[in-house]
Every structure is written in structure tokens, then in C-alpha cells.
Design a protein around this ligand. Sequence first.
Ligand SMILES: Nc1nc2c(c(=O)[nH]1)N[C@H]1C(S)=C(S)[C@@H](COP(=O)(O)OP(=O)(O)OC[C@H]3O[C@@H](n4cnc5c(N)ncnc54)[C@H](O)[C@@H]3O)O[C@H]1N2
Ligand code: MOO
Length: 404
Amino acid sequence: MSVQLETAQKILLDLVSVMPKEQVVLQDCWRRILAETVIADMDFPPFDRSPLDGYAIIAEEVAGATPANPVTLRQIDYVPAGENPSKPISTGTACRIMTGAPLPPGATGVIRLEDTVSQEERVSILSGGGAEKNICLQGEEISQGEEVVAQGTIINTGVMGMLAALGKSRPYVFRKPRVALIATGSEILGIDCPLVPGKIRNSNSYMLSAQVAEAGAQAVLLGNVADNIDEISRFLETAADCDVFITTGGASVGDYDLIGEVYKKMGITLLFDRVSMKPGMPVLAGIRAGKLYIGLSGNPAAAAISFEQLVRPALMKMGGRKVWWRPQIRAVLASPFMKKTGAKRFVWARCWQTDANILVEPLHRQGNGMLKAAIRANALIVVPENSPPLSAGTEVEVILLADA
Ligand SMILES: Nc1nc2c(c(=O)[nH]1)N[C@H]1C(S)=C(S)[C@@H](COP(=O)(O)OP(=O)(O)OC[C@H]3O[C@@H](n4cnc5c(N)ncnc54)[C@H](O)[C@@H]3O)O[C@H]1N2
Ligand code: MOO
């Protein structure tokens, strides 16, 4: 059954559901997806504090102080960070205070050390304007009861720090989908094997393991297997704890393209076996007992693009993400793309910002069995179906890839 790309995407997205949640120690949570909405059980900062090393004072009392006309106060207390003040501030007094220390009662401002001169128990304020601004108020960033981070948020560096500040040492995150990767093909060797004539190394599993990780899931590499229905089925029956099973190779119409037969033998319900896109037209999807089976093309570029377009969004949803799609922008072709396009085509590309606009250049070479173009790619040009050759200067749709 051949389907349009958008139909295939919808079929998969409708079928998958979000993984259960698990508690994970915070230091292992970076880039995980939060499975709970975090409500602050405290104000932050938890007390009024000083943002400076200086003197806590009554702001109005020193407002007019200048070097020529300083205001001299009596130092009655000293509060380093981590300690608490023992005395309130009253007229004529000051408390030496360090950054992060709680403000004494009665203080309405802080003067930084550089604007003071101290001598024994006395401190002279040389510049007193704006002292009231030098206070961090309790709860000024977060108030108790406030929703701080929503379920489905990716735990970025900011969220890591915030969860720590709130004492969430073991937050709930969504379990990562586990994705089994199997390379099929009698010509395929493990990457440590010496090459012999007619054989090539299994690059697909390693490329896909990176794509799986980038989609927030966990890759389980099961190795490579010859073109043999029983052997491929046996591989697919292992790793029962995986949620998604991806094969590469054997997805087309050749004598040894066996994945369709394997699905039949295993009782996997076929969802589609061809998608209208280039590269990556031969791609199977099936479902059995709630687990997803994907048969990607053996051609590296085709496998990568099918994964990107079909599997990645499904994994993002399973992983608890709220947004499943990459950002898309319009850019101007810096060089032509001469191929006439029937089915919607994805082209490895590099885009960059100029003063005038964003330019994008198709990378060489784009063969379906080739990957070199992907090395420099930071984007994919989306060429619409039935498109003529595109000249330089044409505005095109561009999908931005991460980290490039
Ligand atoms: N008569 C037709 N032939 C082909 C068609 C077609 O429509 N009619 N489609 C072509 C297209 S398009 C593609 S894409 C490929 C898809 O082939 P398969 O998915 O069946 O993949 P294989 O034939 O097994 O392998 C294709 C190619 O990729 C190499 N390969 C396989 N596995 C790996 C791996 N793990 N790492 C690196 N490279 C791998 C393999 O050696 C082949 O060269 O079919 C076209 N043919
Ligand atoms: O459809 Mo093939 O997947 O062109 O590379």
C-alpha cells in the first residue's frame, strides 16, 4: 500500500502513545522530557537577600551621600552568606553584609563596598543614591504555588538549575522509547570486520543510532543479519523490551527484499509499504501487540530521510515532547537545484544568514546510496512534488537540523 508522506506521518503519530514515566536522579536528566508539572513549594529567593557585598542600611538616610559629604553610620552587625542577621537596622546604623546573605529587618537598601570607607566600628557612605534597588526580594523570581516548568518541557540547562533550586532531586521524566536497530543484507559486515569483495560495512545502524539519540530515544543495536526470512524474524523477536523495531535493507522489490515477507510470517499488520517521497520511497511500517515495526531502505540517505520524516516525529511523541516537528524557514537558493521532482523531495543543504536574507545551498552529492552530503548539512530543502528545476534565487522551504 503506497501512501502520501503526510498520510504515513499521521498513521504513525495516531498509533503511538506517550511512554510511562520514571523517576531519574537530576544529574542524569539533561535533555530528558519532564513528565510532571513542577509547582514551586517555596518562594525563590526564599528570603530577602543582598545582591552585593556591602552595607545594609536605611536607604532614605544615605540617599544624599557624596564623597564630599559622606554619611557615617555605626556598624552593628556582620552577616556572611549562610548566616542570619542578629540585629535590626535602625536610624544611624548599618550592617556589613555579603552577597547572598539575608537582609536584616529594618534595612531598605544596600550600598556596595566600593562606595564606602570603613574604620573600626564606623562606615562612611560616599555615594548613597539608588540603594533601595540593591535588594533581591523574597519570591521575586518565583512565588510558592506557581507553576514553574510544565509537563512535556525538555530539561535544558535552565530547567536543570531550576529543578535543583526547588529541591527536585529525582524528577519524573518520560521513559525513553527503546528502539531496536537491525541491519539486514547478506552484503553487510560488522564495522570491525575486514572488508572482502562484494561486501560493505554496516553504516546504517550507527547513523540511525545517532538519529535515535537525537530524537530523545534509546538505540539498541542488534547487529546485522543476512537476507533470510527466518533469521530476520529471529532477530526481530529478540529485544522484547524494545518499543520500536527498525530494520534497514530489503524494503524494495528485489529478489532479496524480504521485510514484507518477514512481517507476514511474524503476524505484523502492515500499515504501508511505500511512501511518496524521495529519497526513501521504499519504507514499510507495521504494528503488532502495540509495538511499531519500521522497514527502512538500505540506501543510507533514503534510510536517514525516512527516519527523519516518519520515525522521528513518532519517537518525539512517544518521548513526551509537545512539539514533534523541526523548525522550518524560507530561504533563498544560493545555487540551482536542477533535478525535476515528481514526489516531494528532501535535499541535504547548508544554510547561512547574510545581511539581506538566509541563503541555502544544496550539497553535493545527493545520491540515495550516498551520505557525504549529510556530513555538512545543517538543513533539508523541501522540494514540493511536481517541481521544475529550481534556479538560484528561488525561495524554498527549509527544515533546520539541529547542532550543525
Ligand atoms: N526495480 C527496482 N529497484 C529498486 C527500486 C525500485 O523501485 N524498483 N527502488 C530503489 C530505491 S529508490 C531504493 S532506496 C532501494 C531500496 O532498496 P532496499 O530498501 O531494498 O535496500 P537494499 O536493496 O537492501 O539496499 C540498498 C543499498 O543500500 C546498501 N545497504 C544496505 N544496508 C546497509 C547498511 N546497513 N549500511 C550501509 N549500506 C547498506 C546496500 O548494499 C545497497 O547498495 O532500491 C532501489 N531499487
Ligand atoms: O526512494 Mo529511494 O529511497 O530513492 O532512495
